[in-house]
Design a protein around this ligand. Structure first.
Ligand SMILES: [Zn+2]
Length: 138
């Protein structure tokens, strides 16, 4: 069946099916409108709640203890995008172990490890310990 060979009857049959499906979708769209409106209202309340507490912005939840984290909190960013609170964050020594355990011979990992190593050495040269938490700002 191509556009050029469609008969009037085939067009009518296709139209009936397409209109039926469109109408079914529209009925569902109408039926969920109150829920969509309620979700918007709840999100507005959530935003006002956070705004009233110093314009807090939720960054996510700690991968370790699941506590809420805000942008500006101290914590740790993992390579896979997860974040942790400062209490659950790795120490410099922990992070180095993870780098070693994840050792691969891809260049990206080697560069990330070299970058980490130089920051750790800078931290230690400045009087820090490898047993301290790595202070990132979330
Ligand atoms: Zn935590």
């Amino acid at each position: 069946m191509t556009l050029e060979t469609l008969t009037k009857d085939e067009r009518k049959e296709i139209q009936a099916i397409v209109e039926g499906l469109d109408n079914a979708a529209e009925e569902i769209r109408k039926s969920i409108a109150p829920q969509v409106h309620a979700i918007g209202a709840i999100e507005g309340i959530r935003d006002e709640f956070l705004m009233a507490r110093g314009d807090l912005e939720v960054a996510g939840y700690c991968v370790g203890c699941e506590c809420i984290l805000f942008h500006g909190d101290r914590g740790y960013h993992y390579e896979d995008g997860e974040i942790s609170c400062i209490d659950c964050s790795p120490t410099w020594a922990d992070a180095e172990e993870s780098f070693k355990a994840a050792a691969g011979d891809d260049e990206e990992h080697a560069e990330a490890y070299a970058d980490f190593k130089s920051r750790m050495e800078e931290h230690v040269a400045g009087g820090g310990s490898v047993n301290e938490k790595i202070p990132y700002i979330i």
